[in-house]
Design a protein around this ligand. Structure first.
Ligand code: 5GP
Length: 184
């Protein structure tokens, strides 16, 4: 793998396609084991998770459903906090074993605010399967049941993750080059 340019920045190889394939297969095996007879509903959070979600889903060996949602947040009119809703949610979550599928958990803010919205629909359970997690950046309390890779707090692209729209199409994951931090 070689260094790549995305927009104005340089990225260096970080995770190979083989590492990703192997880890996603392990996660699928674990989920298939944990959710046998539960017919889980995977809720894949767009856009970043589409590639991970597709690979994970096709490796499940149990009955499972998948749906793709977008998370939108806006400032509520009266409440002090943000309102976080899902666009494209077609399923009734009542009594379902829900697995949220994310590309990356960074600060954890998105899921921390979104999970209570899901809980209002009384699912049987909610778990999180995230391809990447940056533990050093995570500021919000979250329990993450399935984590592909824990990574340092540096910007990454590839395997569905973008930098300003580009870079999603690589099978590998690339990390911002140390000497690219000062580029503009
Ligand atoms: P959080 O709410 O956990 O801070 O942010 C999660 C979202 O931030 C991810 O779904 C992703 O869109 C974006 N994000 C955080 N870190 C990275 C990164 O290193 N690379 C890319 N491409 N997106 C990131």
């Amino acid at each position: 793998m070689q260094r790549i340019r995305v927009h104005d920045k340089t990225f260096v190889p970080f995770l190979t396609a083989d590492q990703i394939k192997e880890r996603v297969a392990e996660m699928a095996m674990q989920i298939s084991h944990d959710y046998r007879d539960k017919k889980p509903l995977l809720l894949a959070v767009l856009n970043g998770s589409f590639m991970f979600a597709a690979d994970l889903f096709r490796l499940l060996t149990i009955d499972a459903e998948i749906s793709f949602i977008k998370i939108a947040s806006y400032q509520g009119m009266r409440s002090s906090g943000k309102v976080v809703t899902a666009i494209g949610m077609e399923h009734d979550l009542n009594g379902r074993a829900v697995i949220l599928v994310e590309d990356i958990v960074d600060t954890g803010k998105t899921l921390h605010h979104f999970i209570p919205t899901l809980q209002q629909q009384h699912p049987a359970s909610i778990a999180v399967a995230t391809f990447l997690h940056k533990p050093e950046a995570t500021l919000y309390p979250l329990s993450l049941q399935y984590v592909g890779f824990q990574i340092p707090n540096r910007f990454v692209v590839g395997y569905g993750l973008d930098y300003d729209g580009l870079g999603r199409n690589y099978y590998q994951v690339y990390q911002l080059a140390p000497d690219s931090l000062n580029e503009s």
